[in-house]
Design a protein around this ligand. Structure first.
Ligand SMILES: [Mn+2]
Length: 275
């Protein structure tokens, strides 16, 4: 039995099957998907249905990614589906039982604590000012809201401030929740004062002259006892040189690789991404 943390799938169902074969997956293994299951590759619906099926097996779990949050937001009737991705998520939006998928997605965690391997797994990252207890607490606050019956109201209130669609002053609580979502689902860089810098998405080498830092470079000073694993940052091309920070998004949908990191022996497995 082994535990694998699997990178962003983005609708690449063929690559997921290839990866499961490559790691010789068996139901006694544990799979942890870092989120961004959908949007990008040719088969968002098929990939999501497969991950849901896999997560019915005890021990397997999937985080919420920003693309899943985006899907939840599109279901909010005030929004139109706009995707700059080649294939998008129309197959999900046209699916008869899409509300079952939505209800499954909004039950997903923003943070997984794996005690067997002393690991924290998140979609984008952890803020350096948060200790692990705080991070778990902040994740639970969002998870609780998304699981409530009026989750759409909650999301609409938060997302109103994502895209500046409103001039209304956000409530302090909504501002706080938006900040947590930005850290868990969107963060890549911070400035020297540890403020989020969300507009930069390329690899660090692209910004040599800027006063911005990958979040994990600042977080290293905390000497967390846990290993932090994350996805989301495809342009980073994975991160495998630090013992306590492991990036598993190797850009499958961008012609890179789909990766699974085995927590038991710190081995990285990968298969070719979408060509
Ligand atoms: Mn992402």
């Amino acid at each position: 039995m082994a535990t694998f943390v699997i990178g962003d799938l983005h609708g690449c169902s063929v690559q997921l099957e290839n990866l499961l074969s490559h790691i010789k997956y068996k139901p006694s293994d544990k799979l942890i998907f870092v989120g961004d299951i959908i949007n990008g590759g040719p088969s968002s619906l098929k990939t999501l249905l497969r991950v849901i099926e896999l997560c019915k097996i005890q021990g397997n779990e999937c985080l919420l990614g920003n693309h899943e949050l985006y899907l939840l937001a599109v279901l909010d009737t005030q929004r139109k589906h706009i995707s700059n991705r080649k294939y998008g998520i129309n197959d999900i939006l046209q699916y008869t039982n899409k509300h079952q998928l939505i209800d499954w997605l909004r039950q997903r965690p923003l943070l997984i604590k794996n005690n067997d391997h002393n690991a924290l797994i998140v979609h984008a990252g952890l803020h350096p000012t948060w200790n692990s207890v705080q991070a778990i607490e902040f994740a639970q606050q969002i998870e609780t809201k998304l699981r409530e019956d009026n989750w759409q109201n909650f999301l609409a209130n938060i997302l109103m401030h994502f895209d500046n669609a409103s001039n209304a002053q956000p409530e302090a609580n909504h501002q706080k929740m938006k900040y947590y979502l930005d850290v868990f689902l969107h963060m890549r860089y911070l400035d020297a004062a540890q403020n989020l810098v969300l507009e930069f998405k390329s690899a660090p080498i692209s910004y040599n002259n800027k006063d911005i830092f990958p979040w994990f470079e600042l977080d290293k000073a905390n000497n967390r006892s846990e290993t932090v694993l994350f996805g989301h940052w495809s342009s980073l091309g994975g991160l495998n040189q630090y013992p306590h920070y492991v990036g598993v998004d190797y850009g499958c949908v961008w012609g890179g690789k789909l990766a699974a990191f085995c927590l038991d022996d710190a081995t990285l497995y990968s298969v070719a991404g979408l060509s």
